[in-house]
Write a protein that binds this ligand. Structure first.
Ligand code: FAD
Length: 495
């Protein structure tokens, strides 16, 4: 990391830069060189300042902070190889940009767009102010296949996924990605905070599981994509549903931090299909539609910004939620509910910062329906613990499962984690990996240990209630309670 190097703001080197044409690449969730329009625009200028600004109110979850640390480190190394440098600063974005502009004769500022309500408000304010001062300021799309405002029906946003995605496909999702620059303009020698000073790494060493699970950075993202394309894409329609196997791409944290762009992924999928015509259209169609769900999340976030806290379905406001049951909540976050699939998922999340999509739906359904805890609680827990936390996808995933979002699974669709486990983890391998207490139970009982006969439990070395809990909720009774609770929705205000 390039440290504070003692160059005063008016040193000859800096003055040399100041008299030239210098551009800032304001780095946010675009921690890559390839397919990066803001970087390409900035690289046209004589001097380039790649800056990452850590803002005081950056509400980063612990797992995301861990990822960000390693991703900045990787980007720094890549930039150095190309003759540039990564400048790290802490403070309010507009103040940091201001001081960089003043001290370095900056003529242009470029960034790739972000879409949360606070990010949009901050960015438009900065853009307006800097343009008024005569700077060239441009923002670009690098995070999505299409901008959230590009795709509407007669000016109205979509609320249902299928027509939304069909319309996206019609508009066209194939865009040739930009190549990474092979050399970069020099960066003036500037003060930079030390990466460690951003305090992104945990104080106590709980991150061993994250370290052993993930390779972080642009190169790692690209390698992960190649592994998925060559080994798993052909079986994606089936493989993506089996939590014990690496059947999905696991690109989500790389996408969340912009180490790879969705356009690069689509392009690479097409190339793979071209090179290996045996790759079925069905596999490609289903995989690309998952990227479509990501787009849909951003579409909803952009057009309904209040949904980061409120349910999209206004009927939800008639519900009077019971007080949160702390026993349920503690059991859920600790993976001690006594329901094996759910506990496996919550422990996988704690250990690796990631959870399989099917299991995410099951743990979310148990929390919001069987335990009657509002979706916002689960959403915030995921925000803190997921390495792939993405506001748009997370809010959408929680609201979809709770039944209050767009295209919602109706409130009366309540996942049964026992049947789901038996269907998607038939041998119990996923549960065995994350709930080792149950490792010796045969497949027939692994998803329902409380029904296993005593000799089977004895043979597996399990004393229920000691080594592994009885279920904290009775699945059948809590289902009935949830259905009665949600029946109030039938009397709620019209959408
Ligand atoms: C309650 C809940 C919370 C979720 N929170 C997040 C989150 O914070 N961040 C996040 O990236 N995803 C979230 N998802 C969506 C999904 O679970 C993950 O994107 C997926 O598990 C990532 O694994 P993968 O990269 O192997 O996915 P793949 O199956 O390989 O899919 C490829 C890419 O498509 C996107 N994608 C896939 N499924 C979805 C989906 N249902 N919604 C939106 N995008 C999708 C992801 O970017 C993913 O990397 C959530 C889902 C639920 C049910």
């Amino acid at each position: 990391m390039h440290r504070s190097d003692g160059f005063a703001a008016d040193s000859p080197k800096v003055r040399q830069a100041a008299s030239q044409d210098t551009a800032i690449w304001w780095i946010r969730r675009d921690l890559r060189l390839a397919d990066n329009p803001a970087l390409l625009a900035a690289a046209e200028h004589q001097y380039l300042i790649p800056v990452y600004i850590h803002e005081p109110d950056d509400d980063l979850g612990a797992a995301s902070a861990w990822w960000l640390h390693h991703s900045l480190l990787a980007l720094q190394q890549t930039l150095c190889k190309l003759g540039s440098n990564l400048i790290l600063r802490q403070g309010r974005a507009h103040e940091v940009l201001d001081s960089l502009i003043k001290d370095n004769g900056v003529t242009a500022v470029y960034w790739n767009r972000q879409y949360s309500p606070t990010q949009r408000a901050r960015d438009s304010q900065i853009k307006r102010t800097l343009r008024e001062r005569g700077l060239r300021v441009e923002s670009f799309n690098s995070h999505l296949l299409l901008e959230p405002w590009q795709n509407t029906r007669d000016g109205h946003p979509y609320k249902v996924f299928t027509p939304f995605w069909k319309a996206c496909l019609k508009l066209g999702i194939d865009h040739a990605p930009h190549s990474a620059p092979t050399q970069l303009r020099p960066t003036p020698r500037l003060n930079s905070a030390r990466l460690e000073a951003l305090n992104l790494l945990p104080r106590s060493p709980w991150d061993g599981g994250l370290c052993s699970t993930w390779n972080v950075g642009e190169l790692a993202a690209w390698q992960q994509l190649q592994t998925f394309l060559t080994r798993h894409l052909h079986d994606y329609p089936e493989g993506r549903n089996r939590p014990a196997e690496p059947g999905s791409s696991r690109l989500s944290p790389h996408l969340a931090f912009g180490e790879i762009s969705p356009r690069q992924i689509v392009y690479a999928v097409r190339a793979q299909q071209h090179a290996h015509p045996a790759t079925s259209d069905e596999s490609v169609r289903i995989f690309l539609s998952e990227l479509g769900w990501r787009e849909f999340g951003y579409h909803l976030l952009y057009h309904h910004p209040a949904t980061i806290q409120e349910s999209l379905n206004p009927r939800w406001c008639v519900l009077h939620w019971p007080e949160v049951d702390n026993t349920y909540w503690q059991a859920w976050i600790r993976g001690q509910t006594g329901i094996p699939l759910v506990d496996a998922g919550m422990r996988e999340l704690w250990h690796t910062g990631w959870m399989h999509n099917r299991v995410r739906m099951n743990v979310a359904s148990l929390l919001t329906k069987n335990m009657l805890i509002p979706w916002q609680y689960g959403e915030r827990w995921f925000a803190d613990t997921l390495v792939d936390f993405d506001l748009a996808s997370n809010v959408q995933g929680w609201q979809w499962t709770a039944g209050c979002g767009a295209d919602a699974a109706p409130y009366f669709r309540i996942f049964n984690p026992v049947l789901q486990g038996e269907k998607f983890d038939p041998q119990g391998d996923y549960v065995r990996r994350w709930v080792p207490e149950l490792a010796h139970l045969p497949p027939r009982w692994i998803h329902r240990p409380w029904e296993a006969p005593a000799p089977v439990l004895n043979a597996a070395g399990i004393r229920l209630g000691h080594d592994y809990p009885y279920p904290v909720v009775d699945l059948a009774a809590s289902r009935t309670r949830a259905l009665e609770f949600f029946a109030a929705l039938k009397r709620g205000p019209e959408e």
